[in-house]
Design a binder for this molecule. Sequence first.
Ligand code: MG
Length: 234
Amino acid sequence: MFRIRILVPAVALILTLCLLPAQAEPLFRGREAIPSDAVILFDGKNLSSWAYTGSDKPADWKLAKGYMQARGGDIRTKADFGDCQLHVEFWLPLMADKSGQGRANSGVFLQGNYEVQVLDSYGLKSEVGDCGAIYSIHTPLVNACRPPENWQTYDIFFHAPRFDATGKKTANARLSVLQNGVWIHENADVPSPTASHGAPDPQKPGPIVLQDHGCPVRYRNVWVRPLGEESPKP
Ligand code: MG
């Protein structure tokens, strides 16, 4: 009798486990290789390269298992950058009860002013506010999004705007972006800051900013390669 009492639930448990759908394999689990000349902005250990925007308050995003998760406001790098190659990896929560801009919204800003949108846009026909967009200016060439709850990558190639000695702009900012290895912007012309159209373009290097839009979006493995004379040396 005792054996039956143990055996029946055990068999039932094994059958249940066998019948459960297999756990989906994450599409991207690793960390991309870091070039030898990169400045590491976040390696999963601490937020020492970051502060909250508009203040010197140390960034206090949640730190766990090699990633940081948005909370308490946007964060910026303490160092400023002009022309650069930036790598970030991001993970979006599934927010099935939300839609549009409320669904896993965040963003990566170059020079503090030019946002590459982060959003759960999986499976959508991308528009100018969707993931991968240069926000409200350029729609990505293709929707390269992975489903939420998978790590994704951005590799961003940024040229800051140029000015002559009198402060007159001579060239717009330019952005090329790979999302998950797919070319989604090719040297896109960016005539104004994305955050506030009509605001002047910055004439000095600026921080890289990660947006806290009230969604528990995660980042990891963030590094930058400053390029050209517009950028400070590490
Ligand atoms: Mg955003």
